[in-house]
Design a protein around this ligand. Structure first.
Ligand SMILES: [Zn+2]
Length: 404
């Protein structure tokens, strides 16, 4: 009897394994079939149209109409829910011909496909749509074909192929064209406005894939996958999907900060993000010479396939993993950290106090966490290993980090 029971158990386990395996294979074929629809002619058309606007500089008067055009393009590609989110951005820059001290309205364009299983959890592919030329006349001409009409092309192609295949995601997918990235180091960016609002609303974001200048290829067919400490798993997933679904080579590196990119505001609020860009050095970026003739459409399409594959693959895995428990929610980053330590918790846990102990359990630093801050100044800590505890008065969550 026991033997019989064990055989049944074995068959049951085997069946489970086969089921899981065939689900994986099914998922892979769905991803493969969908991303195969991404094509270079469409990519070419989007980039040409964006360049033909003459300028997409954030301070140029046509910026609202550029955003309206992007919105209508998403709609024409089959996305029903598209909105323009406006915000005010202060910019103060004195560099080359960029001499501005001004506040402007800026317009992010957000195309949404609502998820059917976890609608409250969002995967994002984003790209900035503005451009700047430093020594030209950016108010008149800033073509930005590679930087970053190429990234916007990824958003449009993803929208097009997901609509074409009637893909109904488990999680919500947002395709976001961000405004005002080029002067990000000299004021507010569209991405920072978006993140501030998302964070205030406790928005749950699964991943943020930022495509920025993905069209220049001198023949090495290599893509840069630039991850952030604490969020290596997303960079690793990109790398895995690149190898499985594309013919690209990669250069991968993990940074402790990505200042000057649309990844940074997400990173600072604890959202998992990765920066995707070309590996070849395009010296025409931020000049009048960044024009469509230098963009390799096949390469741009292939890099676009990678982002689409990652979002779809992780979305489809939800069917397989839904019964598995999620990992612990407290994350600290960067890790190691030198002066500022950020943390992220589950949205239901709102810590009020923090305590930092050394390895012997001695409390070295403690304090309040007012107004939902997620930043702790660790400048005065000695180098070494520490444990951080966060508490809301009821529960305690713990994470380890290294001070550099
Ligand atoms: Zn850029």
């Amino acid at each position: 009897m026991k033997k019989f029971f064990l055989s049944i158990l074995f068959l049951f386990l085997l069946y489970g394994t086969i089921q899981a395996k065939s689900s994986f294979q099914n998922n892979d074929s769905i991803v493969t079939a969908t991303i195969a629809l991404i094509n270079q002619d469409s990519v070419h058309n989007y980039i040409q149209a964006l360049q033909d606007m003459q300028t997409r500089f954030m301070i140029a008067p046509n910026r609202k109409s550029v955003a309206e055009w992007i919105k209508n393009k998403f709609i024409s590609l089959g996305i029903d829910s598209v909105r323009i989110d406006s915000c005010t951005c202060y910019s103060n820059i004195h560099y080359g011909n960029l001499q501005f001290d001004t506040t402007t309205w800026q317009y992010n364009v957000i195309a949404t496909i609502v998820g059917s299983v976890e609608p409250e959890n969002t995967s994002i592919i984003c790209a900035h749509y503005d451009d700047a030329v430093i020594y030209g006349a950016p108010l008149v001409f800033a073509p930005g074909a590679d930087d970053n009409a190429s990234g916007v092309a990824t958003l449009f192609e993803t929208a097009r192929v997901l609509s074409l295949t009637n893909y109904s995601p488990n999680r919500t997918i947002e395709l976001i064209a961000f405004a005002a990235e080029e002067l990000i180091n000299f004021g507010t960016s569209g991405s920072r406005c978006y993140v501030n609002q998302a964070y205030a609303n406790n928005k749950q974001i699964e991943m943020v894939i930022n495509n920025d200048a993905i069209g220049y290829n001198t023949g090495n067919w290599t893509v840069n996958i630039l991850g952030l400490t604490g969020f290596e798993s997303l960079a690793n997933l990109m790398s895995e999907m690149r190898s499985q679904f594309t013919s690209l080579n990669e250069y991968k590196h993990i940074y402790s900060t990505l200042q000057g990119t649309d990844c940074q505001p997400f990173f600072e609020k604890g959202y998992s993000t990765v920066f995707i860009c070309e590996n070849s050095d395009n010296t025409t970026i931020h000049t009048n010479g960044d024009v469509i003739g230098l963009v390799d459409m096949n390469y741009c399409a292939e890099v676009s396939r990678m982002s689409c594959a990652v979002v779809m693959h992780s979305d489809l895995l939800l069917n397989i993993n839904s019964s598995q428990e999620k990992e612990s929610s407290l994350k600290v980053f960067p890790n190691p950290a030198s002066d500022i330590l950020y943390f992220k918790t589950d949205i239901k846990f709102q810590p009020q106090y923090y305590i930092i102990n050394d390895l012997q359990g001695k409390t070295i630093l403690k304090g309040n966490l007012p107004n939902k801050t997620n930043v702790i100044d660790i400048n005065n800590l000695a180098k070494g290993f520490y444990t951080m505890q966060l508490t809301d008065g009821n529960q305690i969550q713990t994470a380890k980090f290294i001070k550099n």
